[in-house]
Design a protein around this ligand. Structure first.
Ligand code: GLV
Ligand code: MN
Ligand code: MN
Length: 409
């Protein structure tokens, strides 16, 4: 896997893992100085691998390796370079650096193909900073919603301001969109983030579909008051209301097949031991592979939250911050991935993705497919994320085989 003067895949992963906003753990949000640093580093690696590299107007980093002649439609490979808070080091990054190594291998062999190969490091897939996901891939797919520019981060900085500070001009964002003629397909290698491949004793699998997701931001407005004087039956406690809501959400999701719900963030105000909480804000992340089920559960959730708030005399404010339909990967790409697995001597195994991926946004633009790699105990969004070196090599071999045999659709 060593080629040219490039660091190895694992060396790249270790290097990227050190570029963090927090010195004690890995957090790298969109449009931070760490994002800028990573883009520069990845652009350098792309150049060494024989690509022309540039940063697009939303902050994605892109590299292009021409085919038999300049300007041919591209097979695009990649994943994201941003992270959740206290992240693992493989989620996203592994797909980008493996793709760079595949191109480096083509360059080393002096091989040009009847299509171009592009590698992309998406700027924001996780939505950690502005609570809106797939920002990088939506811009490329031409589905970026300009209203997102007014979203604020936790410090009150708007996305518009952050882009400006980063050195990007919002007027140019539409130019990040690529045309259907330019991109023949998008293929992403990613860790599974779940336990299925490990359970099957397999290094890699092919993704059939990506679960849809809805994210809500919920605010419950009660009344702050003295913890010693207000009798329990006269309170409008926002936290007790939120607690009942959260337990109810779990009950609703459990009653529906293939559905999960998570409350991952909660903020209580004013936040003192002797003050009745007057305000509670929490997030809801709802996923299902069936769009109709997700819509049904979302309606049930909205209704249940309202009933609980009415009963507890608190006010409910909900905002939908994200909604993505479930996505079926392209049959044609899946078949070509299947061939690549067989040709590189690996059993084919098909599985759905419960996690969201840039592939979902890219499916609005082009044909898509994904390779999943086994990760230890299925752990992800956690610094304990771990992938075996041998499995990384398997992923690299399958992806290279896929590229070398790829037939534009
Ligand atoms: C992305 O990692 C997601 O939340 O699915
Ligand atoms: Mn993730
Ligand atoms: Mn990811």
């Amino acid at each position: 896997m060593m080629s040219n003067n490039l660091p190895s895949i694992i060396e790249m992963i270790e290097t990227l893992a050190l570029i963090s906003e927090d010195k004690d753990f890995l957090t790298r949000r969109y449009l931070t100085s760490q994002h800028k640093k990573v883009n520069q580093l990845v652009a350098d690696w792309m150049s060494v691998a024989g690509m022309k590299a540039w940063q697009d107007p939303i902050g994605n980093i892109v590299g292009r390796y021409e085919g038999h002649e300049n300007g041919l439609p591209a097979l695009m490979l990649g994943s994201h370079l941003d992270t959740v808070v206290n992240a693992g080091k493989y989620d996203g990054m592994l797909g980008v650096v493996t793709a760079i190594h595949c191109v480096a291998s083509l360059q080393r062999q002096g091989k040009r193909l009847p299509f171009a190969v592009e590698v992309i490091g998406f700027a924001d897939e996780e939505g950690t900073r502005f609570k809106s996901t797939y920002l990088g891939s939506k811009a490329v797919a031409g589905t970026f919603d300009l209203d997102t520019l007014d979203r604020l981060d936790s410090d009150g900085i708007s996305m518009k301001e952050a882009l400006n500070t980063f050195g990007l001009d919002i007027k140019n964002i539409p130019q990040a969109a690529r045309s259907k003629n330019e991109i023949a397909a998008y293929v992403e290698l990613h860790i599974e983030q779940g336990p299925v491949l490990e359970d099957k004793n397999l290094a890699a699998g092919i993704v059939t579909e990506i679960a849809g997701a809805t994210r809500l931001s919920v605010e419950i407005v009660g009344k702050a008051g003295h913890a010693g004087t207000v009798p329990l039956n006269l309170r409008q406690d926002a936290l007790v209301t939120a607690s009942e809501c959260i337990v109810k959400l779990e009950k609703i999701a459990k009653a529906s097949a293939n559905t999960v719900v998570t409350v991952g963030e909660i903020l209580i105000k004013p936040g003192a031991s002797n003050v009745i909480p007057g305000n509670a804000q929490f997030t809801v992340d709802l996923r299902s592979t069936e769009n109709s089920v997700r819509t049904k559960v979302e309606n049930e959730i909205q209704q249940a939250l309202q009933e609980i708030c009415t009963k507890r005399k608190t006010k409910l404010i909900t905002t939908k911050t994200h909604s993505a339909e479930s996505t079926i990967c392209s049959k044609n790409v899946i078949n070509q991935l299947d061939d690549a697995f067989v040709k590189s001597g690996h059993p084919t195994y098909f599985l759905p993705s419960g996690a969201g991926h840039d592939t979902a946004a890219m499916s609005d633009l082009t044909e898509t497919g994904m390779i999943f790699l086994r990760c230890r105990e299925g752990i992800s969004h956690n610094p304990a994320e771990s992938v075996k070196m041998g499995d990384i090599e398997v992923g690299f071999q399958i992806m290279l085989k896929f590229i070398e045999n790829f037939k534009p659709l």
